[in-house]
Design a protein around this ligand. Structure first.
Ligand code: G
Ligand code: MN
Length: 246
């Protein structure tokens, strides 16, 4: 896998798809999340969850992340200025000493304004203060920071008070559970509502992830989430297709 990943980097086999993030009140698209895919010459399109672990453990995530960022900057340079782009970074990449400078360089060389960029991070709990320092630098430069997958895995409450955040993304498993019958659905709704409430009190925007049905969208809106993302609003699409929808 590692040798193949190195080849993928050299041969530019990585692609980026863009999924809309939608204002739940107005249905307007405010931003797109850039999502990495690996177009393997034999195995076809591979999702990040199937190669991220190898990329992380080998350290290749760092050059892969920078190559993806360059690609994203080029592809979104001509987008209307009201559209932001959310880019996922691995905590491991953010923890490297020059991460902030490298990210800022990529934005400068493509003339990408900082206020159009959102950095999405997850599992910060397992990385710690080096990544947090990178986030503070980027945040100070006017780049917005989103905590991904909140409410599942390693995205913990302590991050909410310790990190410079602007956006809280509520994990899709919680949104799906709001659709369950009976007590389980009711409880999931209260959890989502409470997270949206915390986000609002902290001055963050909240995004409901994994919105797949009209019911999910209605629950997210009723729970007080600001934005929604998921197959109901749009699947990840190539840059040229995505922007024509906004
Ligand atoms: O961890 P993060 O939220 O960045 O992961 C987003 C992943 O979830 C992407 O790979 C994307 O393709 C996938 N995704 C986006 N919207 C939906 C959805 O509505 N349902 C499901 N099952 N997956 C989704
Ligand atoms: Mn994400």
């Amino acid at each position: 896998m590692v040798r193949e990943l190195r080849e993928a980097l050299d041969d530019h086999q990585f692609e980026v798809l863009y999924q809309p993030q939608v204002n739940l009140h107005s249905s307007a698209i405010t931003s797109y999340e850039a999502l990495l895919r690996w177009r393997h010459p034999l195995r076809g399109l591979i999702e990040p969850q199937d190669f991220m672990r190898s990329a992380e453990s080998s350290g290749l995530i760092i050059p892969i992340g920078l190559q993806a960022l360059d690609m994203i900057c080029v592809q979104t340079a001509t987008w209307p200025s009201h559209l932001s782009v959310a880019v996922n970074f691995s905590p491991r990449q953010l923890a490297t000493p020059h991460a902030a400078a490298e990210i800022l360089d990529a934005l400068h060389s493509s003339d990408t304004p900082h206020n159009r960029v959102i950095v999405e991070v997850t599992e910060l709990g397992v990385v710690g203060r080096h990544a947090a320092k990178t986030l503070r630098i980027l945040h100070g430069e006017g780049i917005r920071i989103a905590l991904d997958d909140f409410g599942a895995g390693f995205a913990s409450f302590s991050a909410l008070s310790e990190l410079p955040l602007d956006i809280l993304k509520i994990d899709q498993s919680l949104i799906w559970s709001t659709g369950l019958d009976g007590d389980a659905g009711d409880r999931a709704f209260i959890v989502v509502e409470s997270i949206a409430d915390i986000a609002r009190k902290l001055g963050f925007e909240s995004i409901a992830e994994g919105v797949e049905t009209p019911d999910h969208a209605a629950s997210a809106l009723r729970a007080g989430c600001d934005l929604g993302q998921g197959y109901y609003f749009g699947k990840p699409l190539p840059a040229t297709t995505a922007v024509t929808m906004a």
